[in-house]
Write a protein that binds this ligand. Structure first.
Ligand SMILES: N[C@@H](CCC(=O)N[C@@H](CS)C(=O)NCC(=O)O)C(=O)O
Length: 208
């Protein structure tokens, strides 16, 4: 059976929702990230990156959200979470997920995880990076709202793995200091995601 290591309100929410959408049999394992359980030797033995998600499969452990999402979609074809029969459409899915992973999530990480890029002692650089997060996240979401989002779901009429991924990151916007009023499509998408049973189950899991 699959096992997913996650932290509440982290990017692992995207993988949790995908597992629920797929109807997968899995065991969720919640980390106490407030107390840095992700940096303990026990967890580093599971994911040496010290991050979530980590998806334990019968063939090994997968990390990186685009990979966990594509794996879930491919191993649960009946859920139709990605267009594997259409190379161009699947490349578009990968393109969207890659943008979230390499650009949008990284922009967000400048708020709390600045020491990935500058020394802990460089308080001015850390402060400047944090202060710019509302601007960089707004720029990313302008790109999504105006150029990438097709509607009603990210890729158009078909719900795909892009939807939980966008939902997870869009849930951080207000706390990142972003004015969400210029993003009505993304906000409406976020509201519709909340109505799905998969999302309700994952939200209940996080608030437990
Ligand atoms: N590129 C990774 C990023 C994973 C990541 O940074 N997760 C954050 C939570 S949103 C984390 O585990 N941070 C813990 C830490 O930095 O100590 C992915 O897409 O899965």
């Amino acid at each position: 059976m699959l096992k997913l290591y996650y932290g509440p309100r982290t990017i692992a929410v995207a993988t949790l929702i995908a597992l629920e959408e797929a109807g997968a049999e899995y065991e969720p394992v919640r980390l106490d990230m407030a107390n840095l359980q992700q940096r303990t030797p026990e967890y580093l033995a599971i994911n040496p990156k010290g991050r979530v998600p980590a998806l334990v499969t019968d063939r090994g452990i997968l990390t990186e959200t685009p990979a966990t999402l594509a794996y879930i979609a491919q191993t649960h074809p009946d859920a139709k979470l990605a267009p594997f029969d259409d190379p161009f459409a699947f490349a578009e899915v990968q393109s969207f997920c890659a943008y979230l992973c390499s650009t949008v999530h990284v922009a967000h990480a400048h708020k709390m995880r600045g020491t990935r890029w500058v020394k802990e002692s460089d308080k001015a650089a850390l402060k400047a990076m944090k202060a710019n997060v509302p601007n960089t996240m707004s720029a990313c979401f302008s790109m999504i709202e105006e150029e990438m989002f097709k509607g009603p779901w990210v890729m158009g009429s078909q719900f795909t793995i892009c939807d939980p991924y966008l939902f997870a990151i869009a849930s951080w916007l207000e706390a990142d200091g972003v004015d969400v009023t210029p993003f009505p499509l993304v906000m409406e998408h976020r509201s519709r995601m909340h109505e799905r049973d998969s999302v309700k189950r994952v939200m209940a899991m996080q608030n437990a």
